[in-house]
Design a protein around this ligand. Structure first.
Ligand code: PBE
Length: 304
């Protein structure tokens, strides 16, 4: 995983300016005339989009995107890992070479590099969406204190980003505690009047991305302060929904809805309790460095 030497968003932004500055000094032979680049961009990229884990919702929507856009005929999605994608992105940006990745926000990749989402006129990536809190059936009766806190949990993208940035330097547990200490007023809103428990076990299921490490560790620490013994298990989105529907997992603050995890949600929605958004304004899609002369998925040319 690419590690940023930053402690805060402010610092992150100044590093991004720095990187942009370095970039233009290193040479810009690769991004000359607009038409020329667009015409042979596919060839330069070997008609490949650099993707992430096969089980990610983003990967499923990227596969749908390749199928839905006629102009993406002959393009392929390279499914690998988030770390692999971020490494390839860093390498491309360092050399000012073109690259198309599957990306999402919030993520520090947008502060580390000057990136842009490609417009998605067919809407196959779903536009702006949210992160929801979903619990198993019966949780309200079995663990009313945890249920109330989970139901009230709501924060802003900036809060999540603060934890993610901090976690570039310290473990997520510590970054979560730092955020909780600095935001006791928000935590107080979620826990006000809630009865403490004594070591009741609760199983949080999550996914293995930094966005959900941030929210997962914050929720884990808040529930622990309330007296719960919390397990936080990162799994594929499909497994996470399955675990909540079967009751093996108690709760999750990780589902991206209504688009990214739509197929898993649809499959299990009768067996879940959806407590609504805990964060608004996320986005997934095809992402490129800002120096590339394309703006829309429709600018890409099919393989000849
Ligand atoms: N993500 C981050 C996940 C959800 C959170 C966008 C990579 C996914 O695609 O499933």
């Amino acid at each position: 995983m690419v590690k940023l030497k930053t402690m805060s968003i402010t610092l992150g932004l100044s590093v991004s300016l720095l990187l942009t500055g370095c970039g233009s000094e290193e040479g810009n032979q690769k991004h000359g005339s607009a038409g020329g680049e667009t015409a042979n961009l596919g060839e330069q990229l070997d008609y490949t989009i650099t993707g992430i884990e096969p089980g990610a919702g983003t990967t499923e929507l990227a596969r749908n995107t390749l199928a839905e856009y006629g102009n993406l005929e002959g393009w392929e999605l390279l499914e690998s890992s988030t770390a692999g994608m971020l490494g390839a992105l860093e390498e491309a940006v360092k050399n000012e070479e073109p690259i198309i990745i599957t990306g999402w926000t919030p993520h520090w990749m947008f502060s580390a590099d000057d990136l842009k989402f490609l417009e998605d006129p067919k809407g196959t990536f779903g536009g702006s969406e949210n992160v929801n809190t979903i619990v198993r059936k019966g949780l309200e009766e079995d663990m009313p204190s945890a249920y109330t806190i989970l139901d009230r949990f709501y924060w802003e993208p900036e809060d999540m980003e603060t934890v993610m940035f901090d976690a570039q330097e310290v473990p997520f547990e510590e970054a979560a505690m730092n955020w909780i200490e600095a935001n006791s007023d928000k935590v107080e809103e979620w826990t006000k009047g809630v009865e403490k428990v004594e070591g009741d076990e609760i199983e949080l299921v999550s996914t293995p991305w930094d966005t959900e490490r941030a929210s997962g560790y914050v929720m884990k620490a808040v529930l622990e302060q309330q007296g719960y013994e919390v397990t936080l298990t990162p799994v594929d989105p499909a497994v996470m929904f399955q675990a909540l529907a079967s009751g093996e997992g108690d709760a999750s603050v990780a589902p991206w809805l209504p688009s990214t995890h739509a197929s898993f949600y649809e499959k299990h929605k009768e067996d879940l309790v959806d407590l609504g958004e805990n964060l608004k304004g996320t986005e997934i899609g095809l992402v490129v460095p800002a120096y590339m002369d394309i703006n829309s998925i429709e600018d890409l040319k099919p393989k000849e």
